[in-house]
Design a protein around this ligand. Structure first.
Ligand code: SAM
Length: 267
């Protein structure tokens, strides 16, 4: 097996409640850094640097990096290990409380991270709220979540996450990472995914909150027909205006159909 040790600056015991599975295989670190491929002048922000497995190789290639880390025990060692490599700016906060738009300061940031799996969906929805301030995201997540993110209509795993993310972003699954690449190993396979937010003008969603409500209601009762699942949200006139059959089920609809349904019934 191709297992190398990355040149991490320090080690610390993993905290399960913070989803700490540290990447410990230089082959996959390199693949992630190549996938990010930072260019001069870009503003890179890493979520959850941990012991720096991705941070330090990125910092060697791109000498200015912002990281968001919640575990206070990691702040001092990260600061010390980064000092000879470049300028590491550490935001010691819960990432869900970080305003990415403010962090981008009028520009756009590139987000990177081997995410804490226990809050990966909330992080994705939080990023969607700030999509205009983000130029792209390269994230490692549970493979099962990446499968849902990238799923097409008709797939068993096509659902709310697929539609919400694909409406606002181009979603590309990049590669799988096995449990043995981490310390401690998680129970499941992981995968790296790239999300590129679309220009909101081309997305064409009139009322983002209503769109989110329609998608949530449609998949809330995914075995029911849309007529029943969307009762009180979309009426027959709305289905007709959107050109969507009310006897279809949510999993059969394209992302564009959900947008049409939401737009046809937006206030
Ligand atoms: N990037 C490192 C690596 O690949 O080895 C660590 C990845 S580990 C899966 C997730 C990291 O996110 C940990 O460092 C953990 O402390 C941090 N983390 C967990 N919850 C967080 C939160 N709410 N806000 C910011 N960081 C968090």
């Amino acid at each position: 097996m191709n297992t190398h040790s990355p040149r991490a600056g320090f080690t610390a015991p993993a905290k399960k409640q913070l989803g700490q599975h540290f990447l410990a295989d230089a082959h996959y670190v390199e693949k992630i850094v190549l996938a990010v491929n930072p260019k001069p002048g870009e503003r890179l922000v890493e979520i959850g640097p941990g012991q720096g497995a991705i941070t330090f190789p990125l910092l060697r290639r791109h000498p200015q990096l912002t990281v968001i880390e919640f575990d206070r025990d990691l702040i001092a060692p990260l600061t010390a290990a980064a000092a000879p490599l470049g300028e590491l700016s550490i935001v010691h906060r819960d990432v869900l409380q970080v305003d990415f738009t403010e962090l981008a300061a009028g520009g756009r940031i590139r987000l990177v991270g081997n995410l804490p799996y226990n809050i990966s969906s909330p992080i994705l929805f939080h990023a969607l709220d700030h999509a205009a301030a983000i130029s792209d995201m390269t994230f490692m997540l549970q493979k099962e979540v990446v499968d849902r993110m990238a799923a097409a209509p008709g797939s068993k795993v096509y659902g709310r996450l697929s539609v919400m993310l694909q409406a606002w972003c181009e979603v590309t699954a990049l590669f799988v990472v096995p449990p043995g690449a981490f310390r401690p190993p998680p129970k499941v396979d992981s995968a790296v995914v790239r999300l590129v937010p679309r220009d909101p003008a081309t997305v064409g969603i009139i009322d983002p909150k209503h769109f989110a409500d329609v998608v949530r209601a449609a998949f809330g009762q995914r075995r029911k027909t849309l007529r029943n699942a969307l009762n009180g949200v979309v009426d027959e006139a709305g289905f007709a205006a959107a050109g969507v059959r009310s006897d279809a089920r949510a999993e059969q609809l394209q992302v564009a159909d959900f947008i049409a349904l939401a737009n046809a019934t937006a206030a």
